[in-house]
Design a binder for this molecule. Structure first.
Ligand SMILES: Cc1cc2nc3c(=O)[nH]c(=O)nc-3n(C[C@H](O)[C@H](O)[C@H](O)COP(=O)(O)OP(=O)(O)OC[C@H]3O[C@@H](n4cnc5c(N)ncnc54)[C@H](O)[C@@H]3O)c2cc1C
Length: 201
């Protein structure tokens, strides 16, 4: 990281994989008496009662349901928010989408990148278009690439196609271990509202 950035900002960017960051936050909150983390619990519905919100939730493994009362609800349930859907808040934006493949892999990219060290390495190539997030240039990277779903439908992908896509991105043959590959859709949408009573999206 360029130390010159510290002339303009007190902190450098920290490139942390999401699972590692979530573990870090969970550890920080573990002994906080104000916080109770319950995993595997899904929001089902809610209603506003005066200044309070009653949320109805479900344990996904036992299907047991219960309610909790709170002053506010902060949804944080992602792009396909069940809370947003329940509140009938629509999204607006582009109806189109792009098919993307995320490939988590392990390779030693240091000899490829040499001194051109970056966090995101962009690839513009007919065989692969996207970018590599280098969490650790020596052994932990993610390639996010557009793919042609007519030529290679998501269900036809296998480890070999994932590996050849990674090698096309790297631009040379080298040892690569594919750890996982997963398709997803990229669309550009924004919620029309972010608040309904005491519930925030
Ligand atoms: C492949 C990929 C790579 C990315 N890489 C980066 C990156 O390197 N850096 C970066 O800054 N951003 C990255 N992003 C974007 C980033 O992941 C998202 O912007 C971010 O995760 C959005 O956070 P969120 O909390 O709004 O939603 P999410 O992270 O989607 O979290 C929503 C949570 O709500 C839960 N949930 C869903 N429904 C319910 C329900 N009914 N009840 C209870 N819980 C529910 C879900 O299980 C999930 O845990 C990436 C995104 C993708 C798809």
């Amino acid at each position: 990281m360029d130390k010159e950035v510290l002339d303009s900002t007190p902190e450098v960017i920290h490139n942390i994989p999401q699972p590692a960051f979530e573990d870090f936050i969970a550890r920080q909150l573990e002994h906080d008496s104000n916080v109770e983390i319950r995993k595997g619990v899904a929001f089902v519905s809610s209603e506003q009662e005066g200044d309070y919100v009653i949320s109805h939730v479900e344990d996904r493994s036992t299907k047991a349901r219960w309610s909790c009362r709170s002053k506010h609800v902060i949804a944080c349930d992602g792009a396909r928010s069940r809370v947003r859907e329940f509140l009938n808040i629509e999204c607006e934006g582009d109806d189109g989408y792009e098919t993307m493949m995320t490939i988590h892999f392990k390779a030693d990219l240091r000899p490829v990148v040499r001194d051109r060290v970056g966090m995101l390495h962009w690839i513009m190539d007919p065989a692969c278009s996207g970018f590599i997030i280098a969490y650790d240039l020596g052994c932990n990277q993610v390639l996010i690439s557009n793919f042609d779903s007519k030529k290679h439908p998501a269900e036809t992908w296998d480890e070999e196609l994932a590996r050849s896509t990674v090698l096309a991105a790297i631009g040379r043959d080298m040892p690569v271990e594919v750890l996982s590959y997963r398709p997803w859709l990229l669309s550009r949408k924004v919620s029309k509202e972010y608040r309904h009573g005491n519930i925030f999206l």
